[in-house]
Design a protein around this ligand. Structure first.
Ligand code: 16G
Length: 241
């Protein structure tokens, strides 16, 4: 049996225990993205629980986005990250919300003077100080995105203030952005970028440029994020009121 067993004497409800076993199996790579979850009735028999319990467990994980249902085919470990296009969240938070561990590796980081292009993007004056961060972003060790960030110098004390999460560092400095503009564009991954993400040259990517601002309206960030096209769904809620 792939998924593990109930722990004896565990007082929490069975459906939650079953959810935990499935989560553990996914984080322990016993179940991988795209793998099928055994049919409801098999799980019910195997764990000696009702089908209602199994349905509730699976339903909850589907709602969380950890599992997906494919009509007529069954339930699978979700392969894509669904990311809100309207929420000002960070990569680390997006991954945590899906039970995945975010990490980064640095390509480069430096402090310097704003370039003309950055000055235009951020609305900063020539000569203003900025911090630059280039990173590969991972989810559970799997490369998901490349990010190139320029942060206005007044937001952070130094490049060393940033560990794995830029927004955590900005928040700690009292300078987490509260508003942003984003632009999304389709791009192929080529050359070095494809290599860093471990995809074939020409692989589909999504470039999102975010310009983010502090509560007082001053610019904080301009970031170009290159997300793997096969790993992301961008979702937004639209209304006409
Ligand atoms: C997201 C943001 C990016 C931000 C980063 C901070 C998008 C399109 N981009 O990737 O602008 O710099 O999160 O993440 O959402 P961190 O706090 O994990 O470093």
């Amino acid at each position: 049996d792939q998924i593990g067993r109930f722990r004896e004497g565990n007082p929490s409800p069975l459906y939650l225990q079953l959810q935990q076993l499935i989560r553990d199996a996914i984080s322990g790579k016993i179940l991988s993205q795209g793998d099928a979850i055994p049919p409801e009735r098999d799980l019910a028999v195997e764990y000696d629980v009702s089908r209602i319990t199994v349905r509730k467990a699976i339903g909850g994980l589907v709602e969380e986005g950890l599992l997906t249902r494919r009509r007529g085919a069954g339930t699978f470990v979700a392969e894509r990250v669904e990311k809100s296009f309207s929420k000002l969240s960070s990569f680390t938070e997006d991954m945590a919300a899906r039970g995945r561990a975010a990490s980064s590796s640095w390509i480069a980081r430096s402090a310097g003077q704003v370039t003309p292009e950055e000055a235009m993007a951020l609305g900063l004056s020539p000569g203003a100080g900025v911090l630059r961060f280039s990173r590969i972003r991972f989810a559970d060790g799997e490369p998901m995105a490349l990010e190139f960030s320029t942060i206005a110098g007044y937001c952070l004390a130094s490049v060393d203030a940033v560990g794995d999460s830029l927004y955590t560092a900005l928040e700690a400095a009292g300078n987490r952005p509260v508003r942003a503009l984003q632009r999304l564009r389709a791009v192929p991954f080529l050359g070095e970028h494809a290599k860093m993400l471990g995809v074939d040259p020409g692989h589909a990517g999504l470039l999102i440029e975010r310009r983010a601002f502090l509560r007082d309206g001053r610019p904080a960030e301009v970031t170009r994020s290159y997300y793997r096209g096969d790993a992301y769904d961008f979702v937004a809620e639209l209304s006409d009121v």
